[in-house]
Write a protein that binds this ligand. Sequence first.
Ligand code: GUN
Length: 286
Amino acid sequence: MTAQVIDGKAFAARVRTDVAAGVAVLAAQGITPGLAVVLVGEDPASQVYVGAKGKQTVEVGMASFEHRLPGDTPEADLLALISRLNADPKVHGILVQLPLPAHVNADLVINSISPAKDVDGFHISNVGLLGTGQKSMVPCTPLGCLMMLRDHHGSLSGMNAVVVGRSNIVGKPMAQLLLGDSCTVTIGHSRSRDLPALCRTADILVAAVGRPEMITGDWVKPGATVIDVGINRVERDGKTRLVGDVHFESAAAVAGAITPVPGGVGPMTIACLLANTLTACCRAHG
Ligand code: GUN
């Protein structure tokens, strides 16, 4: 293996330490940042994420408000809850865990969150602000990726970046952030022609497709930085393992730097959620 392994776990711990220091400054003024997380239904992966979010929120000194609702909760009840959270001065950040059940209009729900409390950065006005280079709430996973890339490279200006995956949660905002840092950005996806050749043009390759180990070493330009957003559960040798969208061993033999799964992007996502909540609280208190 030649690649440097980027330690997202250690980086996330540093971010949480910084957030905790910010929370302590606010505490001296009698202010406690609060994060409300809303989970609808019993999706096991979502339950794990929501549990981890609540635990880390409390660890940095913030207030955590968890709302776990049954899977058949009517859309109107969910909208009413968000309306109460929007009006609650103790709540500075609101996160509705996705995916939502099929009977709920997810766009309607997300766009009912006050943009100032939208710590996921999914509200249409935050999406628009990001796309036009204005101050916004930035989605946590792409923000975590950008922080690791800036930490590793310093300036990203002029680099060729390829983002594989066009989701609203990762692919599209990731591309906007890289463009904001003056990369030449291409978004690849399932309909792209010759995806491996496209990926080989990348100085920065971000994989966010949700397909286990799809991107192999022969897709990677020698010396490139590979950011693996995938978290896929696979059965192997009778055990459940977590793997990324990148085949780690073969990619690490070619890349200059690579994020592992687990221990790469994943921990950074929650750390950035806490950082966004602190930001929302600071903005709310002028
Ligand atoms: N589900 C998967 N990733 C995310 C995320 O970043 N935010 C929310 N709210 N739901 C998710």
